[in-house]
Design a protein around this ligand. Structure first.
Ligand SMILES: [Zn+2]
Length: 161
């Protein structure tokens, strides 16, 4: 797994980002050595929301290159000591595993989840149904436990050194 961070972040923050990315991918993906995840924190995302995953090689059944974009506003919660950015990073990593394992795939006017197509009128997610989409159900249902599990292992590592 190669991790690229576009911003020059505080090294503690940068280490945590890498650690969470590796933690979630090691949990689900048997071999992630060929994968690349780029992390970009921006002041304006071209959609409503605070985070998005973009598989760069979308036409491949098993994409290997991903871009993770976060809003400045979400990232600013890190300095305030909140968990929201970290939880969202875990959440978005679950989507990356869904793409990487070919469970989830974007098409121009639909999204395919485990063989079933969900129509996306105008190529956009239907916000009214957002929380019912099975890929969101999965991501929301595991994010807290994964995050806590990661936190425990990361803190243990910290006190050991
Ligand atoms: Zn999501």
């Amino acid at each position: 797994m190669q991790i690229i961070q576009y911003q020059d972040l505080d090294s503690n923050v940068s280490d945590k980002i890498q650690s969470i990315i590796n933690f979630v991918s090691n949990k689900y993906i048997f071999d992630s050595t060929e994968m690349t995840v780029s992390v970009d924190i921006r002041d304006n995302l071209d959609f409503d929301g605070h985070a998005v995953v973009d598989p760069c090689d979308e036409d491949d059944d098993y994409p290997l290159n991903f871009e993770l974009e976060f809003s400045d506003a979400l990232f600013s919660t890190v300095e305030l000591g909140g968990d929201q950015f970290w939880l969202t990073l875990v959440h978005e990593m679950v989507h990356i595993k869904q793409f990487a394992l070919n469970e989830l795939r974007n098409f121009p006017k639909s999204i395919r989840w485990n063989g079933k197509f969900y129509r996306m009128p105008n190529g956009k997610i239907d916000l009214a149904k957002y929380l019912d989409y099975p890929w969101e159900v999965e991501a929301y249902s595991v994010e807290k436990n994964l995050y806590n599990e990661w936190k425990t292992s990361y803190t243990a590592l910290d006190t050991a050194t």
